[in-house]
Design a protein. Sequence first.
Length: 201
Amino acid sequence: MKYVKAYQGVGDCIYQRPILKLLAEKEDVVFFETPLPFFFSDIPNVKFVKPFCPWRTQRKEMERTDIIWSPKPDVKETDTIEPHYGSDNLPKSSILSIFENQYGVKLPFKFDMDVPDFSSHGLDKILDLSKIDKPIALIRPPTIRNEWKVTSRSPKTEYINWCAYYLKLFGYYTITLADCDGTNEMLFGPPQSACAIVTGK
């Protein structure tokens, strides 16, 4: 049994998925503390622990999820994993390599950086997916958040719009997703996609 105090950001969830898959194969059960359990709900042997979370979008997801939360397990400190990357280890490694060492697993040469099927997570309630006869590309636009106001973290909007333009040329239906309310989070510029859902629906 392992207890993981996971990173809470959406991008970090995607990085942690292949790592958690390997850990869950090794352990009878993994208690995974995350505000975004739907990112990992398709992985066997994983139970979810509700964390303290200061982030607005993640809190909204915690409130609406129908996943059953497990109580925090009584585990030894040696069975607790609290992943961390930053200026102390990132210059000499990569996020995935750091997670491998901290989780005690080794990724194969080829592995999937995937996400679960989101069709049952509300997108089908906003859009009639049956009318979209193209592959869908989800686009996360550059935004500025008052929770951590670091504009240098985001690419320029025109770069993302350039990618959206070429995705359209290659036959994709593009959907821009964000959780902007005009105060806590705002778009850097207008998205260039077939559909924009940017108010946190």
